[in-house]
Design a protein around this ligand. Structure first.
Ligand code: Q9C
Ligand code: ZN
Length: 342
């Protein structure tokens, strides 16, 4: 299987994450991609190529123009305002912010474009996010060129990034960008399956009113898990997108057997939709030892997951999302890809 990887992910190296009322070392850091890359190499994946540069040519079709300009310029504006630490939003447009619009004040602007406040923006964040977007686009292009399975080792992740929202460690929605690229190159119907522990609220936001992208997500019940306000089973799409969104919230301590049943339901919906290609938002934070999540998948379970995905017989672009804390995340990712190839 071909792997798309850019060293530029290292430009995203925040020092702070707001967690439990403290600024801690972020759960999402460059070490994650290093662990994953090392495990892939250990498992014999040697076809590792760099992406081509695409800039925002695809992202511009999915994200809001003001939001993209914000991402590109926020660090410069933040430091020009005299701040010396990392940029963290503090004031968000919440319920009854009837006339919310992008303010000119930097704190107001940060909050306007945020869906949560744990994620600091730093020098280099934008550069890394664009490189991850390049990996997703290049992976889609290798599928269009006839490859069966391609893995985009994206970092920072993307599935919490909405039309005009960052947060949950995400800035540009790499999975939606891959799906859009497949459509731009001839696919009529693409499915995105999100198996990260957290609901893919950003991907849902971008695809909610579309009938050419079917979005399915398996995740910790939002009643008990980030992002808390999205991911309920009642969210089924809107307008022409009605019926093209499927959420599978799952309880604390979900083990592989219960997970597999939901996964097979999601795969059935994707087959019924008539998808021509599948984009998998792969988070391995469903692992039993993940420090911020609560499912019970084991390292061998990830190989079983890969086999279920490949049984669809669809071409698959797998895009890296979450998975934290322990070096096993690398082996868990490798196992998903090995399970696909069996
Ligand atoms: N401080 C992804 O997996 N907060 N994002 C959780 C821990 C945010 C996860 C609480 C979790 C974001 C891509
Ligand atoms: Zn996650």
């Amino acid at each position: 299987m071909r792997i798309i990887y850019s060293e530029d992910h290292k430009f995203r190296d925040a020092k702070t994450e707001l967690h439990g009322g403290e600024l801690v070392k972020p759960f999402e850091g460059p070490f994650r991609a290093e662990w994953i890359l090392a495990a892939l190499q250990e498992n014999g994946f040697s076809d590792i190529v760099a992406p081509e540069a695409h800039g925002l040519s695809v992202a511009g079709k999915l994200h809001d123009a003001g939001y993209l300009e914000f991402l590109e310029t926020i660090w410069e504006r933040w430091t020009a305002a005299g701040f010396t630490s990392e940029a963290i939003p503090i004031s968000l447009p919440v319920r009854r912010s009837y006339h919310a619009r992008p303010p000119k004040n930097i704190d107001g602007l940060l909050g306007y474009y945020a869906n949560s406040v744990e994620t600091s923006i730093t020098d280099g964040t934008y550069r890394a996010a664009v490189a991850a977007n390049d990996c997703a686009i290049s992976a889609a292009d290798h599928i269009t060129a006839g490859n069966r399975h391609v893995f985009a080792l994206c970092r920072p992740p993307g599935h919490h990034a909405g039309i005009d929202l960052f947060g949950g460690y995400c800035f540009l929605n790499n999975a939606a960008i891959a799906a859009q690229r497949l459509i731009d190159h001839g696919a009529a119907k693409v499915a995105i399956l999100d198996v990260d522990f957290h609901h893919g609220n950003g991907t849902q936001d971008i695809t909610y009113e579309r009938d050419d992208i079917f979005f399915a997500s398996l995740h910790g019940d939002p009643d008990d898990a980030f992002p808390y306000f999205w991911g309920h089973a009642e969210e089924t799409g809107k307008g022409r997108g009605e019926g093209f969104n499927a959420n599978f919230p799952l309880p604390r301590n979900t083990p592989w057997n219960a997970y597999r049943a939901a996964l097979e339901s999601a795969m059935k919906r994707i087959a019924d939709f008539g998808a021509e290609a599948l984009v998998v938002s792969l988070g391995v934070d469903t692992f039993e030892k993940d420090p911020i999540s609560f499912f019970r998948l084991t390292t061998p379970d990830f190989q079983r997951m890969g086999a279920v995905l490949a049984a669809s017989d669809l071409p698959i672009v797998t895009v890296m999302e979450g998975g934290y804390g322990v070096t096993e995340i690398g082996h868990n990712v490798a196992n998903v890809l090995l399970g696909m190839e069996d």
